[in-house]
Design a protein around this ligand. Structure first.
Ligand SMILES: Cc1cc2nc3c(=O)[nH]c(=O)nc-3n(C[C@H](O)[C@H](O)[C@H](O)COP(=O)(O)O)c2cc1C
Length: 189
């Protein structure tokens, strides 16, 4: 049986990082299914920053769009076979709701399910500078089992363009989901 992941794009700048992670998940042979979620502001940021719509992303192989208001969707239940979730980018608002256990949308509910079922949850916060509430929420999520991975791309791989930068960061996200992809840009010492 193949692996099933969720990729959420919330209302923060940097949706191109989420698109790069989605493309990598979609192309990975070990992956059977990717549930795609976008918050309303996530959709707006996606269109503003990349020109893409949720429908464009749902056209990728194995990707299935979920309605983020549908709390009865498959990924809303711990009994659904599922292997982890990444939120790229994650807004400070979405992070706060997850850190407080407020499961009012499918993004926060699916994340809550990952934490309770001890499945990987990768939270790629995009905000700067950070206030005390953000810092405390990051620690709360870390302590609850999430990987807090702010969008802080590395430059040691010598990116030639922005796509290289997005894709290298996407590889690190997949690493945290347990998918070890080949990547020519990994540090070799
Ligand atoms: C164009 C735009 C850009 C935004 N960028 C950020 C951002 O980079 N980081 C952040 O934490 N919030 C950002 N926000 C604010 C969040 O979208 C807002 O707090 C929202 O309620 C978050 O909820 P969501 O994550 O469910 O979309 C932005 C909002 C807009 C409209």
């Amino acid at each position: 049986m193949g692996l099933r992941f969720t990729l959420a794009i919330t209302g923060a700048s940097g949706s191109a990082f989420g698109v790069a992670a989605l493309r990598r998940l979609s192309a990975n042979p070990a992956v059977e299914q990717v549930a795609l979620l976008l918050s309303p502001t996530g959709k707006r940021c996606l269109l503003d920053e990349t020109g893409l719509t949720p429908k464009d992303l749902a056209a990728l192989p194995k990707v299935g769009l979920r309605d983020e208001r549908d709390l009865g969707a498959d990924i809303s239940s711990g009994s659904h076979r599922h292997d982890g979730m990444a939120i790229v980018p994650c807004s400070a608002g979405a992070m706060g709701r997850i850190a407080s256990g407020v499961s009012e949308s499918l993004v926060s509910r699916a994340a809550d399910v990952c934490l309770k079922e001890r499945r990987p949850l990768v939270v790629c916060l995009r905000e700067t500078p950070l206030n005390r509430i953000h810092l405390e929420n990051m620690l709360r999520l870390h302590d609850a089992g999430a990987v807090v991975m702010p969008i802080m791309p590395g430059f040691y791989s010598g990116p030639k363009n922005l796509d290289d930068l997005f894709d290298t960061f996407a590889t690190r996200v997949l690493d945290q989901l347990g998918l070890r992809e080949s990547d020519a840009r990994r540090w070799k010492g």
